[in-house]
Design a protein around this ligand. Structure first.
Ligand SMILES: [Zn+2]
Length: 334
């Protein structure tokens, strides 16, 4: 059973804690914050260390700011608006893809982690806000070329806006399927690189905790996320049912873990994949009471889940009640 926390454990260690004091046996840390000392100390305390890798987040490394050709283009032919705290990137821009995959190779060569979690693996959108931002991208040259090449569909229209309108009216289903295939191909290459450089490392995915039908199918139709298609390349699915942030009841976490366990083939037996390890809200936006945190951690282990991750470790250590809540759920399980 994975009893995890998200975030660098530095603040936790500075307060004199060891991971085992709270029953924590896995830490999930942004790839840019991982160094050898962190890996060594986590292992010395009996924990596994997994990296979060900002995959299609164009802000990471300021890539899109420095390479405007990778800025997603919307159906009016203009650069898409930013999401609240990040800017997506055009997934078919060849320079961007090569850059990110190189970063992944370099990171893996230098850090012996137990796995890497893809983050922001979706078309530009924002699903982590109380009011999700859904938009239709991308209609830049590389995407229009790729869509036509992959589908053999000849797009009509002169301007980008005309072409986008034609696609959305005449070939929406083919366009949605193609968008899924683009995301899957990122996962395929990501998985191949991880297994080549660190064969024992797991590939995880942080993802919207939306069912197939939610928001008129927006998870697949807008984000481009099809978990059946991604399954061959993902060892661990980590849905993000942030109940408070989404304005949902606590039961949302349990219901989603049960839904995912029924809807998809996930396993709990040793060495069988994919697995299900949801990440749940510990941070106070809005306030999460310690008792709520204990409940969502328990609910995150519903269905065939074999692990749960508290987001974030800093929000736990800032609150004595939350420290106790994590300890009560994790100790004895890990
Ligand atoms: Zn594009």
């Amino acid at each position: 059973m994975i009893c995890g926390v998200f975030g660098h454990p530095n603040g936790f260690w500075q307060r004199g804690f060891r991971l085992g004091d709270l029953g924590i046996n896995a830490v999930f840390v942004s790839s840019g914050d991982i160094d050898q000392q962190t890996i060594d100390r986590t292992r010395a305390e009996g924990g596994q260390i997994f990296a979060e890798f900002a995959t299609l987040n164009g802000d990471y490394g300021d890539y899109v700011a420095n390479h405007p050709e990778a800025h997603p283009i919307d159906e009016s032919g203009q650069p898409a608006a930013r999401a609240t705290w990040f800017m997506g990137a055009c997934p078919t821009d060849p320079g961007f893809r090569a850059f990110r995959m190189d970063e992944l190779r370099t990171f893996l060569s230098e850090h012996e982690v137990d796995g890497v979690w893809m983050d922001y693996l979706h078309w530009h959108a924002q699903f982590e806000d109380p009011y999700p931002m859904l938009c239709k991208t991308c209609f830049n040259e590389s995407c229009l070329d790729s869509f036509q090449f992959s589908t053999d569909i000849e797009v009509r229209g002169d301007t980008t806006a005309e072409k986008a309108e034609w696609i959305l009216l005449q070939a929406a289903q083919a366009w949605e399927d193609w968008r899924v295939s683009v995301v899957v191909d990122w996962a395929r290459e990501f998985h191949a690189i991880v297994k080549e450089i660190r064969p024992a490392a797991l590939v995880g995915n942080y993802q919207a905790a939306w069912q197939d039908e939610d928001f008129w199918g927006a998870r697949r139709r807008c984000l481009g996320l099809d978990f059946d298609a991604l399954a061959p390349y993902v060892d661990v699915f980590s849905p993000m049912p942030y109940h408070g942030r989404s304005g949902m009841p606590l039961e949302y976490v349990r219901d989603y873990a049960e839904y995912f366990s029924t809807r998809h083939d996930v396993y709990t037996e040793p060495d069988k994949y994919p697995r299900l390890w949801p990440i749940v809200q510990a941070f106070d936006a809005p306030r999460v009471e310690p008792a709520e945190l204990a409940t969502v951690l328990e609910y995150g282990l519903a269905g065939k889940s074999s692990g749960v991750i508290a987001f974030t470790i800093d929000s736990v250590i800032a609150d004595l009640g939350k420290i106790e809540a994590v300890k009560n759920v994790y100790c004895g399980r890990s």
